[in-house]
Design a binder for this molecule. Structure first.
Ligand SMILES: [Fe+2]
Length: 581
């Protein structure tokens, strides 16, 4: 049964947040007009998000919503800061034409553009049969800017939105999408405009300095509380200690939960009950044997820049080891084996002073030799960390690692050029690659496994830290769209199965769900991935048989509204949801 709410537009949407049948050219022209208008009349930004934070409803129950109204002096200060900020931006921040990596007309084109929130929509049409092991919820994170950009905007800058498909034992299926109520989101919604700096798009040159100074000044004046962070929670998702955490490495995680009505609500910023002081990377690892969470924590402003953390399955911190780097380096992911942790220190570094000379603080250092640190999982000191150089390697994602004799084998996609996501407009390569780190000799070797552009790989999570045969990866061709999914034999590099979404159809990261618990083959399970048809404007959730030689489609859930291309997802079984905190 089609969802009435979807037909009516799921609430109301702004003029430029188009529905499920938008056309790219019209969307582009409208976005261009809005962006230009925004630059000219910056006090009247287009408003995308329609629900106000003062509204009631399941998605509004968050610990970060209450705030006193600004007093008269704060309102005056806010206006003054705004005027100064805008003028500094006009003097130094604008650049025409914008580089494609921060041009909102490129970054938010077509199905990269945002959608309005969708309350839970039930009894969706299903083609095929949904396997019983999929009883639970598939949730996917991604960027969905609340307001139309008025200048530089990178895809990574968008406010985090979660898309959840709930599958019940009786075969009924629901869908909802909700913003994650970060402090940033709530404050901007409250004021009806975007005023937090965008970390990738806007922190560039003097305009970026102006944005940071304005942010800090607003905090000094009590207009906002900088201690509550400025993250967007738009990248990763992890289920840990009966909680679902939305993560981006610009802030602490944000706890979210599914409601009884299959809606999504934000619980609040989660610091592990005071045990996490700084941002967490987007891809913590859960050890399938112990249930422990392993992660890294960032502080780009001061040494040691990185910390290695272990939390027990009960959420209590068991260990924290500083990882001292020469300077802050971008660390989006890492890996664990049965006995070791693998920590990358690569060529993308953070140098805030670069903004003072008109540049970006996210810098590619071609003179730096990438390296991976190997440390015993339960090390108590960074003196136990062994760094091994791996020239010409940049892993944005590390999919898995395991031990083979003296070697630690790491699987990831090596991106060329390393800073493709942030600076250049070249066509990138993301090559599925094996790196071997010898703990005895301190040497490394590297082997490209496949010539396809493959990224955001997922595997059977019961094999985290163990030797893996199969990896399921998004075929990122034509970049940055995902035209299919490849099942790759990690040993040979052969694509042993492939599913193409079809003409004008694109998707994203595949999430593997095992058919049973334990004792089954590594590839005995299903892949979940959103797919969008750019011709019809319709989106669906595909269920593919991971063991099939063709990754055969076994079911498809027709979604009531468009799902933009996004980042990472997770599947939470129904029995785990029942235990949610
Ligand atoms: Fe990621």
């Amino acid at each position: 049964m089609a969802c009435v709410a979807a037909k009516l537009g799921a609430g109301s949407s702004s003029s430029w947040m188009l529905g499920s049948r938008d056309h790219a050219s019209g969307r582009r022209n409208e976005l261009r007009a809005q962006a230009v208008a925004g630059r000219r009349a910056t006090t009247e930004l287009p408003k995308l998000f329609v629900e106000r934070p003062s509204s009631t409803g399941p998605a509004m129950r968050t610990k970060t919503t209450t705030k006193k109204p600004l007093n008269f002096a704060q309102k005056i200060a806010d206006k003054v800061i705004d005027v100064v900020e805008r003028n500094l931006e006009l003097l130094h921040g604008q650049q025409e034409p914008l580089p494609s990596t921060v041009d909102p007309l490129v970054q938010l084109e077509g199905n990269f553009s945002p959608v309005a929130e969708q309350p839970a929509c039930h009894d969706l049409e299903v083609e095929g049969n949904l396997p019983g092991c999929l009883e639970g919820v598939y949730v996917r994170n991604g960027p969905n800017p609340q307001f139309a950009p008025t200048g530089r905007h990178h895809l990574f800058d968008g406010d985090g939105m979660l898309h959840a498909v709930s599958i019940h034992a009786d075969g009924s299926v629901s869908y909802a999408c909700r913003y994650t109520r970060t402090y940033r989101f709530m404050e901007e919604a409250r004021q009806g405009r975007a005023f937090f700096p965008k970390p990738i798009g806007e922190l560039h040159g003097y305009g970026g300095v102006a944005r940071l100074l304005a942010h800090w000044t607003r905090s000094l004046c009590g207009i906002l509380d900088a201690s509550q962070g400025m993250g967007v929670a738009n990248a990763g998702l992890v289920w840990f200690n009966k909680r679902l955490l939305a993560i981006s490495e610009d802030d602490l995680p944000v706890e979210v939960r599914m409601t009884e009505n299959d809606d999504i609500e934000t619980v609040g910023r989660y610091d592990f009950h005071g045990q996490l002081a700084h941002s967490m990377i987007a891809h913590p690892k859960i050890d399938p044997a112990t249930g422990e969470l392993f992660s890294l924590s960032y502080n780009v402003l001061s040494a040691p820049y990185l910390k290695y953390l272990i939390f027990g399955p009960d959420g209590e911190k068991k260990n924290e080891v500083p990882v001292t780097l020469p300077e802050a380096a971008m660390t989006h992911d890492f890996a664990i084996t049965e006995n070791f942790v693998v920590i990358p220190d690569q060529q993308i570094v953070f140098r805030l002073k670069e903004m003072l000379t008109g540049g970006s603080p996210v810098v590619l250092d071609p003179k730096k030799t990438p390296r991976f640190g190997i440390m015993p999982k339960y090390a108590t000191s960074e003196e136990q960390l062994l760094w091994i150089e791996v020239p010409n390697c940049f892993f944005f994602h590390l999919y898995n690692a395991w031990e083979e004799g003296d070697e630690v084998v790491v699987i990831g996609s090596s991106m060329t050029p390393a800073d493709i996501i942030f600076k250049t407009s070249e066509v990138p390569r993301a090559l599925f690659t094996e790196v071997r780190l010898n703990r005895v000799t301190g040497k490394s070797s590297k082997r490209e496994l496949c010539s396809l552009n493959l990224e955001v790989g997922k595997m059977n999570l019961n094999y985290v830290g163990k030797k893996t045969q199969f990896m399921y990866l998004a075929i990122v061709e034509p970049w940055p769209k995902v035209s299919g999914i490849a099942k790759v034999d990690v040993q040979s590099g052969d694509v042993v199965a492939r599913y193409n979404f079809g003409p004008d159809r694109f998707g994203g990261e595949p999430v593997f769900v095992p058919r049973g618990s334990g004792g089954t083959a590594e590839d005995d399970g299903y892949l979940l991935a959103f797919c969008h048809d750019e011709h019809t404007g319709l989106s669906e959730l595909l269920v593919l048989d991971a063991a099939s030689p063709t990754l055969a489609r076994v079911a498809s859930v027709k979604l009531p509204s468009r799902v933009p291309y996004g980042f990472h997802g997770a599947f939470i079984p129904a029995q785990d949801l029942l235990q949610a905190q």
